[in-house]
Structures are given as structure tokens and as C-alpha cells.
Design a protein around this ligand. Structure first.
Ligand SMILES: Cc1cc2nc3c(=O)[nH]c(=O)nc-3n(C[C@H](O)[C@H](O)[C@H](O)COP(=O)(O)OP(=O)(O)OC[C@H]3O[C@@H](n4cnc5c(N)ncnc54)[C@H](O)[C@@H]3O)c2cc1C
Length: 201
């Protein structure tokens, strides 16, 4: 049975990474925003935030909502689709409720992957039936929004390029940033030291 709700300015369907983030600037701009979300608020029964247990055992445990709602996949249309890949679930916050929380920016060349690949490896390098496209805008246009989200969420890291000033303690290949990360980088570990040494070499 349908129900008439009071009128609003914006309805966001799905309060995940994209919809959830959009709610804040829209609300701050004075608009009335309603978010509709298929899932509920996260509970420990949906996805236990226990890194030691999830890392050591086959995570998440089968009884959890995130395991039972994992999408089904198949490689060809004549195969039977089976649940596989990453566990996922409907929840307020969407996939950010159980993602790895690594906040990478795309690199400048990711935005022109087709033209850059052709230029570097030849025009035939992209298969003719590929659907890959250059983006209609570049890194520079998205950069201020990366920064807004990084500051709202509180991302930690070491910048490698602030206003063209290259810092080899960070990623020297990254696109130019307006500022440092809002939070300091995490502590190094023998693993990250080993990786840094190898990559610098
Ligand atoms: C295990 C895992 C780890 C990941 N780790 C990272 C990472 O470390 N860093 C990174 O950048 N990305 C990561 N990702 C990818 C990232 O989480 C997604 O790209 C991102 O969440 C997509 O945002 P979205 O808003 O499109 O979708 P979602 O965040 O999935 O949100 C969609 C929302 O819409 C709701 N919804 C769907 N249909 C309806 C409907 N009809 N009515 C109402 N609500 C509906 C869903 O319940 C959900 O809450 C990871 C993904 C997975 C699965």
C-alpha cells in the first residue's frame, strides 16, 4: 500500500559511500534531504569488527549478514551464478561498513587511461570491443573533492606532492594535492619498511 510522505527537496536512494557522503553538503546547503536505505544500522551480528579473528579465520563468519548477502557471480550466461568474491551487505553506510578503509585517490593518468595507453603502447593496445573510456574531466577537477572527503573522514597518510613540492617519504607519483593529509601516517612496521625499501630501489 502506498503512503504519501511530506514533500522534500532531495531523495537519496542508498546511503552508502556515494549517497551517504552526498547527504552532508546537500543538508549544509539548506536542502531537505531524505535518505532511503535497504539495510539497517550495523550490529555486531551483521559484521563483527574483529580484525584478529577475521584475519585468522575465514571471514566473515557464515552466520553474519555480510556473508549471506554477498552478490552472486558467473563468468558466462550459461553458468550457474554462485555467491562469491567480497562479502557485501545492505546497511546504513553501505559497503563502507565493512570495507578496508584504504582511501586512495586515482592517479592523474587514470583519468585518460585510453589516450595515455594508446600514446605509450600503441593504438592497438586497447581491444576494439573494450568499453574502457577516458573520463570527461581530469584529476585537477576532482582534487578539491578528494580533499573535502579526506578531511571529513580523517584520512591518514604521507603526502608525496603538495603544490608540486615532492616528498620522497610519500608517493612521488601522485597527483598534486592542496594540502597534507589531515592525519599523520600510520606507524611503520617491518612489512611496510620492506615494501618501501623494495619500491624505492
Ligand atoms: C570487502 C570490500 C572492501 C573494500 N575496500 C575498499 C577500500 O579499502 N577502499 C576503497 O576506496 N574502496 C573499497 N571498496 C569499494 C567501496 O566500498 C565501494 O566502491 C563503494 O562503497 C561504492 O559506493 P556506493 O555508494 O556506490 O555503493 P555502496 O557503498 O555499496 O552503497 C550502496 C547502498 O545502497 C543501498 N541500496 C541498494 N539498492 C537499494 C534500494 N533499491 N533501495 C534502498 N537502498 C538501496 C545498499 O544497501 C547500500 O547501502 C571495498 C569493497 C568491498 C566489498
Amino acid at each position: 500500500m502506498h503512503k504519501n510522505l511530506p514533500k522534500t527537496d532531495v531523495v537519496i536512494i542508498g546511503m552508502g559511500a556515494a549517497g551517504g557522503v552526498a547527504a552532508l553538503p546537500l543538508t549544509n546547503a539548506g536542502l531537505k534531504v531524505i535518505g532511503i536505505e535497504a539495510g539497517g544500522w550495523l550490529s555486531p551480528r551483521d559484521f563483527a569488527p574483529d580484525e584478529l579473528r577475521n584475519g585468522a579465520r575465514n571471514w566473515p563468519q557464515a552466520v553474519q549478514k555480510a556473508a549471506t548477502e554477498a552478490p552472486t557471480v558467473r563468468a558466462t550466461s550459461d553458468q550457474k551464478a554462485v555467491q562469491g568474491g567480497h562479502p557485501m551487505m545492505n546497511a546504513v553506510g553501505g559497503t563502507t561498513m565493512h570495507y578496508w578503509a584504504q582511501s586512495w585517490r586515482l592517479n592523474p593518468w587514470d583519468f585518460n587511461v585510453v589516450s595515455a595507453t594508446r600514446e605509450r603502447y600503441g593504438v592497438n593496445r586497447i581491444p576494439t570491443d573494450s568499453t574502457v573510456e577516458d573520463w570527461p574531466f581530469g584529476y585537477e577537477e576532482l582534487e578539491p573533492y578528494y580533499e573535502k572527503v579526506e578531511y571529513a573522514v580523517g584520512i591518514s597518510g604521507q603526502a608525496g606532492n603538495v603544490h608540486g613540492r615532492i616528498n620522497s617519504a610519500g608517493n612521488i607519483f601522485e597527483g598534486e594535492r592542496q594540502s597534507e593529509y589531515p592525519m599523520r601516517p600510520l606507524r611503520a612496521s617491518p612489512f611496510t619498511d620492506l615494501m618501501s625499501e623494495a619500491l624505492n630501489a
